[in-house]
Design a protein around this ligand. Structure first.
Ligand code: MV4
Length: 445
């Protein structure tokens, strides 16, 4: 096992990783910007180093500052969490070069999945179902028109460097294709300095279902079931649940086999997530793979009993998985509500000082948060305050627990998404489990 892990992140995930390290008997070093000096990820770690001014580009995203902190700390491993440097292949490469273990995939694996057209080509060879579309990058708008004729309209143009919805354009018919191509290409160039596009047939009313995988450095890969992540607004997840109300045992096995095959196609040896879209006929298609621990990992922990963060550290230390696929049993149902410092109507970020705080507890309730009484929500970083997680023997019990937990959640001084979640948890369509990615927009009218 490692002696000292540096945690290259902030907020609730930094705290989550500190806790896992403490359980493993590993010394912890956190890093912080000047604005985060008084935060809990600093206070609860063994050591902490200031790495720069508040702006993330000058602190948590600054590779030279991070490398200096790693060297000064004497850490033998670094956990990137999610966001920031978690999927920065060059950072993973530099860590490897200086002999510090990056707790996650290597640079080549990050690159293979980071480029979405390459990712699709990689998993296609492993026989995983893909949305009908182009074979890789489209060289010209004319080639795009040819592919669209072959697969049929409507089609979706996607940026190969994208993910998260940027650089995506729909063309409903041939008349819309040329301008959709120009617009998607320009947006992709502006956002990612890479204008390369690929095409897929547009899936109507898709559900976003993702599968958690865990690998080790001995060739073992296991899946830990799926998460239903269809409730999103502007490509930001709002509420997630495990298992998906859509998925039965047969579909779970098919999704899990596909996810494991995708991970094995790149010799994956860490925690990862394989994303699928499911259509109204319950067909599913690979869309991308995230080579990191994700925000919503706790709901999988609650239904499988596997500590994903601890396991990912053990894997990185070269230890084999202590469980096989046959040992993974899903029990009950878990829901996560993302509690953000946002206006509950406009969803605009609402930073400020918290003047009063009480978080719920009790049977079946878990709160992963960095917030405390008088904490300051800063404008420099994302608006996630807490992940409120409720577990129950079935979906109805998880929903009932989530409702009282939301009622007991008190955050004073700033606006939060608590009232919005209270509305979702009483919505007839949500209660029926018939979710798709358009649900939130329809609910907001
Ligand atoms: C799609 C799609 C429909 N058809 N692909 C959006 C972000 C990116 N990760 C994938 N996305 C989509 N890809 C095809 N072929 C619809 C979406 C999509 C979506 C996906 C998951 C969750 C929410 C979404 C909201 C709008 C569009």
């Amino acid at each position: 096992m490692f002696k000292k892990v540096l945690i290259a992140n902030r907020g609730e995930i930094a705290l989550r990783i500190v806790r896992a390290c403490k359980e493993l008997g590993v010394e912890t070093v956190t890093v912080h910007s000047t604005a985060d000096a008084n935060s809990l990820h600093v206070r609860f770690a063994d050591h902490s180093l200031c790495i720069g001014p508040p702006a993330a580009t000058e602190s948590y995203l600054n590779v030279p500052s991070m490398m200096s902190a790693i060297e000064v700390s004497g850490a033998d491993a670094v956990h990137p969490g999610y966001g920031f440097l978690a999927e920065n292949a060059e950072f993973a490469d530099v860590c490897q070069r200086v002999g510090v273990k990056f707790i996650g995939p290597n640079g080549d694996q990050i690159r293979k999945m980071g480029d979405k057209a390459t990712a699709k080509a990689t998993v296609k060879a492993a026989g995983i179902p893909l949305v009908p579309g182009s074979d890789g990058i489209l060289a010209t708008a004319e080639e795009a028109a040819d592919v669209a004729e072959r697969i049929g309209y409507p089609v979706l143009l996607k940026a190969t460097a994208g993910g998260g919805g940027k650089g995506m354009r729909i063309a409903k018919d041939a008349g819309e294709l040329a301008s959709a191509f120009q617009l998607a290409q320009a947006e992709a160039k502006a956002c990612f300095s890479n204008g390369d596009l690929y095409m897929e047939k547009l899936i109507l009313k898709p559900r976003h279902i993702e599968v958690q995988v865990m690998g080790d450095e001995h060739g073992n890969v296991v899946h830990l079931g799926e998460r239903e992540c269809s409730l999103q607004r502007r490509h930001q997840k709002v509420l997630e649940e495990a298992p998906s109300p859509l998925v039965d045992e047969g579909m779970r096995k098919a999704l899990g086999d596909a996810a494991v095959a995708a991970a094995k196609a790149i010799n994956y040896s860490s925690a990862g997530t394989v994303e699928f879209l499911a259509d109204v006929d319950r067909n599913f298609y690979f869309i991308e793979m995230n080579t990191r621990i994700q925000v919503e990992h706790p709901i999988t922990e609650m239904v499988t009993g596997v500590d994903l963060v601890k396991t990912m550290i053990q894997s990185a230390a070269g230890q084999p998985l202590t469980f096989g696929q046959e040992d993974i049993q899903m029990r009950g149902h878990a829901i996560e509500c993302r509690i953000n410092a946002e206006d509950p109507v406009t969803f605009a970020p609402a930073p400020g000082r918290i003047t009063g705080y009480h978080e719920p507890g009790g049977y079946g309730v878990r709160v992963d948060s960095w917030v405390h009484d008088r904490a300051r929500v800063l404008p420099f970083y994302d608006s996630l305050l807490a992940k409120l997680i409720a577990w129950g023997e079935d979906r109805d019990e998880a929903i009932a627990r989530m409702r009282w937990a939301l009622d007991e959640y008190v955050v004073e001084g700033i606006r939060t998404t608590v009232p919005f979640h209270q509305k979702v948890l009483r919505d007839e369509v949500f209660l029926s489990g018939d979710l798709d990615t358009g649900f939130i927009d329809r609910m907001l009218g």
